[in-house]
Design a protein around this ligand. Structure first.
Ligand SMILES: Nc1ncnc2c1ncn2[C@@H]1O[C@H](COP(=O)(O)OP(=O)(O)OP(=O)(O)O)[C@@H](O)[C@H]1O
Length: 259
């Protein structure tokens, strides 16, 4: 358990399911007929080659993209309660705020933007910063942080959202091994509290070590389930072949679902 166990949730939290979902941009599908399930309380890695549709899957889960066909279902919480960490490249780090204030924004969902802060909130922010190893950084402007420090700040803000379902898009890209290890422990702590975690990851060794479940996609489902059974040489080769053979101009899906 982490410092956040006062927010610990009972088992039976939030789940996410894709039901024969085709998801794309301007009606050009990026993901075809995807059926996949992220059970409540599970911790799942989403893997696949570049362009496989991993970020698209997370964006559909939070409702930024609507399926062209099929359904994306969130159960056990409202979509607005999902915590989502986009790729670092999509984050505006020129935000003119000190670390403390930026992290405190994680409380907005619970307090409302104009809800006012309580003394306990200051303590929660301080605890969140301590949990990611950033004591002493409270007044540092965001734009003076290294990539790894910024990622720690983003994790602290995410923790304060107290979300039952947490989606992370390549959270360890451009951070060193030590930061990855420490932030990975934070993620495992969230999952131990009963939160459902879905993380897009390229580092398959990390996935094998730390994620019990994996979803392997390549514009469609290749395999899902126990990580060892999913990340086989055969499945990984199939994923590469499928993405390489993909015709970007194909307007509509004619591929049968993989399962
Ligand atoms: N906003 C967009 N408009 C049009 N096409 C897009 C958009 N975003 C992504 N795509 C396309 O959808 C497909 C899947 O992209 P996505 O970013 O989901 O893949 P990914 O698996 O996350 O890739 P990577 O590992 O490179 O981050 C790609 O062909 C991409 O070019």
């Amino acid at each position: 358990m982490t410092d956040f166990d006062q927010h610990a949730r009972p088992a039976g939290g939030a789940a996410l399911a894709f039901r024969n979902a085709t998801i794309g941009y301007d009606r050009h599908p990026a993901l075809h007929h995807l059926s996949a399930h992220f059970p409540a309380g599970s911790m799942t890695a989403v893997a696949g080659p570049n362009g496989a549709g991993k970020s698209t899957l997370l964006k559909a889960a939070i409702g930024h993209i609507r399926p062209i066909e099929g359904h994306v279902e969130v159960s056990g919480c409202r979509r607005s309660e999902i915590a989502y960490l986009p790729q670092l490249a999509e984050i505006d780090r020129q935000f003119p705020l000190p670390v403390f204030d930026f992290v405190a924004m994680g409380l907005w969902g619970r307090r409302g933007a104009f809800g006012g802060f309580r003394r306990a909130d200051d303590e929660d922010v301080a605890r969140a910063l301590a949990a990611v190893g950033l004591v002493g950084f409270e007044q540092r402007p965001l734009d003076t942080l290294s990539g790894g420090q910024l990622q720690r700040v983003l994790f602290a803000r995410l923790a304060l959202q107290d979300a039952p379902l947490i989606l992370l898009d390549e959270p360890f890209t451009a951070v060193d091994d030590r930061t990855t290890h420490e932030l990975m422990d934070v993620v495992a702590g969230w999952n131990a509290e009963g939160r459902t975690v879905v993380a897009v990851l390229h580092d398959l060794e990390l996935v094998r070590r730390r994620f019990p479940r994996t979803l392997l996609i390549a514009r469609r489902l290749i395999a899902e389930g126990d990580t060892a059974a999913v990340l086989t040489a055969g499945h990984l080769a199939a994923a590469r072949r499928h993405v390489e053979a993909w015709d970007e101009a194909a307007p509509f899906c004619e591929v049968e679902p993989a399962r």
